[in-house]
Design a protein around this ligand. Structure first.
Ligand SMILES: NC(=O)c1ccc[n+]([C@@H]2O[C@H](COP(=O)([O-])OP(=O)(O)OC[C@H]3O[C@@H](n4cnc5c(N)ncnc54)[C@H](O)[C@@H]3O)[C@@H](O)[C@H]2O)c1
Length: 245
């Protein structure tokens, strides 16, 4: 069950955090994983962990916001069966929070570039191969901030995350007949965020704890499997019950 033997999975931003939980799970299910990151050292360290545990893994260092680099790198990798668009937040720079009225227009593109254009670049580069081969999975990591309004200064980030989730819905309709599914996962607050930001917020999570990279890995592992072939165009909340709709 949920076996991914013979499949190759590319996970963006898998050199740390949530992406590491995703590559660990996909590798356990039998996939050969390609660990993308901007940062060579982080990608290498994730691959070293996986290969020393006996899994098949390699690195692909590129910036998801650079359309040319994405296309060239993915062409070099060969067939990708499963794409996980995991890179997000503010990309390579720290997340800055500001109410929309106080935000500076020059700070908006960094959120849209990584959370929406990055998803478009990677998805566009793999989709033709998936539809031609008649099998594929595209799973985009979105956020609770892309499903609901929050008064925590993340409106541009949330707008880009909502855009990426809706992109999955549209593409799902275009490629379903070719055996390719496209879904999104809206994560709640994860334990990859520094404690000073989470200490208060944790009280509002009905399950009483932050999410872990493993929690993200479990749903992605299911959506990537053959058993999930009739599930497409959906956005799944994985958030400890924080957004129950
Ligand atoms: N952390 C949370 O609480 C939370 C909540 C909801 C959703 N999310 C989403 O989950 C995903 C993973 O979050 P995280 O906190 O683990 O990520 P993270 O900020 O730890 O970054 C993951 C990796 O992405 C790499 N990276 C950054 N920009 C890149 C780029 N342009 N190209 C390639 N690699 C790049 C970084 O080097 C890093 O190793 C993101 O999409 C994020 O928006 C996170």
């Amino acid at each position: 069950m949920l076996n991914l033997d013979g499949k190759t999975a590319l996970v963006t931003g898998a050199g740390s955090g949530v992406g590491q939980g995703i590559v660990r799970q996909l590798a356990r299910q039998g996939a050969t994983v390609v660990v993308n990151d901007l940062d060579q050292a982080k990608a290498d360290s994730t691959v070293a962990e996986l290969t020393s545990a006996g899994f098949q893994a390699s690195t692909a260092v590129f910036d998801v916001t650079d359309a040319g680099a994405v296309r060239a790198s993915i062409a070099e990798l060969g067939p990708i069966d499963i794409l996980i668009n995991n890179v997000g937040n503010a990309g390579a720079v720290p997340m800055e929070m500001a109410a929309f009225k106080d935000s500076l227009p020059e700070n908006w593109p960094k959120f849209v570039d990584v959370n929406l254009y990055g998803v478009m670049h990677c998805t566009h580069a793999v989709l033709d191969g998936m539809t031609t081969r008649g099998w594929g999975r595209v799973i985009t990591i979105s956020s609770a901030a892309g499903r609901m309004g929050l008064n925590i200064g993340v409106s541009i980030y949330g707008a880009a995350k909502a855009g990426a989730a809706n992109l999955m819905r549209h593409i799902s309709q275009e490629v379903a007949a070719n055996g390719v599914t496209c879904n999104a996962v809206a994560l709640g607050l994860m334990d990859t965020v520094p404690e000073e930001f989470t200490a208060h917020a944790i009280k509002g999570i009905p399950c009483g704890r932050l999410g872990t990279p493993a929690d993200a890995g479990y749903i992605v592992g299911f959506l990537a499997s053959e058993e999930a072939s009739w599930i497409t165009g959906q956005l799944f909340g994985v958030d400890g019950g924080s957004a129950p709709f």
